[in-house]
Design a protein around this ligand. Structure first.
Ligand code: ATP
Ligand code: ATP
Lengths: 213, 213
């Protein structure tokens, strides 16, 4: 996988290094020389580059990459110009990091195909966890599928999964049980729920949220 | 749920507003008056506060909160002092946002119980997705459980789940199939895998990563 990362802030730098570690051929660029130097030992190639400069971008041969990530932050103009330049160069799929809701909206309009807004996504997960009693973990996998780890509803300890009727009552599936640090995946209907078990459930977000103690 | 948010940067502000929207009683504080004003319509209470000032913190009665989130960023010293102050006030569980690996390590050492590092978590997910051919979504739910959406391995289209032997070959469970926009949850062993289906799989991270086209 040939991956181009434009902008080496916290997200861009972290991404570039991880993608390289997972086997990607990573070219990492930034306008700031120090950041380019910092990341250079970890990636395939690191260059100083102003992404608002169309000619400089052309020299990278952007079409040769499988994925391009634009992770320029504070400078909204630079972030937007970089995406527009890449679109002008015929790049079909661009992943861009947004710094705010309005930034995300602008990026969508100018053709970024995937928007990443790390602070918002983490804030969402933490807000779900902390406002739902008994919810220990929460992940919205898709718009129609969430996975959560929850303490069992009050009346099910000592019952089998079948007798607990969790699926009928809450419309969620128990895909795993965490017991004494071990994970039992896809437990059968006769599995008895122990005191101190936590349940890993899956279902529509609106249903998963309702499973509380 | 009574929740105190200290620091209203992108993460803190987003978290405060969402937690309030999900029914939390949210007190949001920051040293910057403008940010306090911005968030005020959306939360229970918003105050200007310097979290390095122990007396100011005491006045908030931190022990009365179910959860405290310290989301001060750039100013590492302020972030650290806020956590130390709260520990001095006897607060047992503090959630703190980190801006870097070293920041996270310091927060751990001084007693933050849960560390959130949004850029790193998002970078991890994107790096997994982009370096694994055919992987469309990836979530590490726990250290021993990942969920991913993948294109089916080359030779399984047209076969039933049972005949595809995905579980034996890859040690992962197919917990859902995405077909034409619909989600089929917990498909049975006789479900045939169609062209253009994507599979939602679950298993240990090291096993999930191996399911590629
Ligand atoms: N024209 C440009 N060309 C290339 N890189 C640029 C340009 N303008 C800004 N950058 C780089 O983009 C990087 C990310 O920007 P910045 O640090 O403002 O973002 P951020 O959103 O706060 O990042 P993060 O949250 O990931 O730390 C910086 O390292 C900066 O040098
Ligand atoms: N002593 C303090 N007391 C209270 N708030 C503080 C203090 N010092 C800084 N803050 C606030 O913390 C907030 C978050 O800090 P900053 O914006 O630097 O973080 P960040 O990590 O870049 O945030 P994000 O990535 O969430 O945008 C700022 O709004 C700032 O005013």
């Amino acid at each position: 996988m040939k991956i181009l990362v434009i902008g080496l802030g916290r997200f861009g730098k972290s991404f570039a290094i991880k993608a390289a570690r997972y086997g990607g051929e990573v070219v990492a660029v930034d306008i700031d020389e120090k950041l380019v130097e910092d990341v250079e030992p970890f990636v395939t190639d690191a260059k100083i580059l102003d992404a608002t400069d169309m000619n400089a971008l052309k020299e990278l041969d952007p079409a040769s990459f499988d994925h391009i990530v634009v992770s320029i932050g504070e400078n909204l103009t630079a972030s937007i110009l970089a995406v527009v330049n890449l679109k002008e160069l015929g790049i079909e799929h661009i992943i861009a990091k947004a710094n705010s809701e309005i930034h995300a909206k602008v990026l969508e309009r100018i053709g970024a195909d995937e928007i990443i807004y790390p602070e918002d996504e983490s804030a969402e997960r933490l807000a779900m966890k902390l406002t739902h009693k008994g919810m220990l973990e929460y992940f919205e996998i898709f718009k129609d599928l969430s996975v959560a780890e929850v303490e069992p509803p009050a009346d099910v300890t000592g019952k089998s999964l079948k007798d607990s009727r969790i699926r009928n009552r809450y419309n969620v599936y128990v895909i795993a049980i965490r017991r004494n640090g071990e994970l039992l995946t896809l437990p059968g209907p006769d599995e008895v729920i122990h005191e101190n078990d936590t349940l890993v459930i899956m279902g529509r977000p609106e249903d998963v949220e309702k499973v509380r103690r």
